[in-house]
Design a protein around this ligand. Structure first.
Ligand SMILES: CC(=O)[C@@H](O)[C@H](O)COP(=O)(O)O
Ligand SMILES: NCC(=O)COP(=O)(O)O
Length: 237
């Protein structure tokens, strides 16, 4: 079974739009867990445009499922992870001004750097995952870092899925097979949604976890609209 970790960045985006505490990020995480999600993911960015560093501190005390913190391992990020001790840290090589994550690590070039950081987290019993493109070479070099897991960056899959799902999955299958051979555990995420997730989870062997945020929150909004509008109409009669 593949576990679902819900990325709640977008709930924080909505909260930040008005400056108050609605929706309440902490309560949303508790409810999401209550609805069956097996993990909570956050990706604090340096500008704190959605999840704030203080959200991560508070969530680390209230999340009872798996807590996964993603980010570029700057000194500030490393300190936050060591302070909050999530179950898993996912290292993502994104630039400060990136709109969203847009590439995996070059694990061949950066394996020594990653190895040193990973050691620091593993000493504190924090599971590590490295965000990589669907390239078996990148998975192969990830082995040299001693990471526990890799997370396959699925934007390319999501883009191609609509036109040709068999073609879309090809590279991911090769990368996953490499991870299985090398005994690296496997996560995946980015742009997964209700339309493309089933095929991905069926085809990728030993997929431990997917983290899904943007589409899941959009879908939740849309599926909830009818009920909420009907509730308003009733109250206005
Ligand atoms: C690591 C990754 O794939 C991203 O999807 C990320 O966690 C989402 O970040 P934003 O919510 O900032 O786009
Ligand atoms: N690690 C990927 C993630 O957390 C969610 O990405 P997205 O669903 O917001 O694209």
């Amino acid at each position: 079974m593949t576990r679902l970790s819900v990325n709640i960045n977008k709930i924080a985006t909505l909260r930040n739009a008005r400056g108050g505490n609605m929706p309440n990020v902490l309560q949303s995480a508790i409810d999401i867990e209550g609805f069956g999600a097996q993990g909570i993911t956050v990706h604090p960015r340096p500008d704190e445009r959605h999840i704030r560093y203080d959200d991560v501190r508070a969530l680390s005390k209230s999340v009872t499922t798996e807590f996964n913190v993603e980010g570029n391992p700057t000194a500030k990020f490393i300190d936050l992870v060591l302070e909050t001790k999530p179950d898993q840290v996912t290292l993502v090589p994104d630039a400060e001004d990136a709109i969203t994550s847009n590439a995996g690590w070059d694990t061949r070039k950066h394996h020594q750097y990653l190895k040193e950081i990973i050691q620091v987290f593993q000493k504190e019993n924090i599971r590590t995952s490295i965000f990589v493109d669907s390239n078996p070479e990148m998975v192969k070099y990830a082995k040299n870092t001693n990471t526990d897991r890799v997370e396959l960056y699925t934007e390319a899959y999501a883009k191609k899925y609509k036109n040709n799902k068999k073609d879309a999955i090809k590279d991911f299958l090769k990368a996953a097979q490499m991870a299985n051979t090398l005994n690296i555990e496997l996560n995946a995420g980015h742009d997964l949604n209700l339309e493309n997730i089933e095929y991905f989870a069926q085809k990728i062997p030993n997929l431990k976890e997917v983290s899904i945020g943007h589409a899941l929150i959009c879908e939740a909004l849309y599926h909830g609209l009818e009920h909420v509008i009907q509730s308003y109409i009733k109250k206005l009669q």
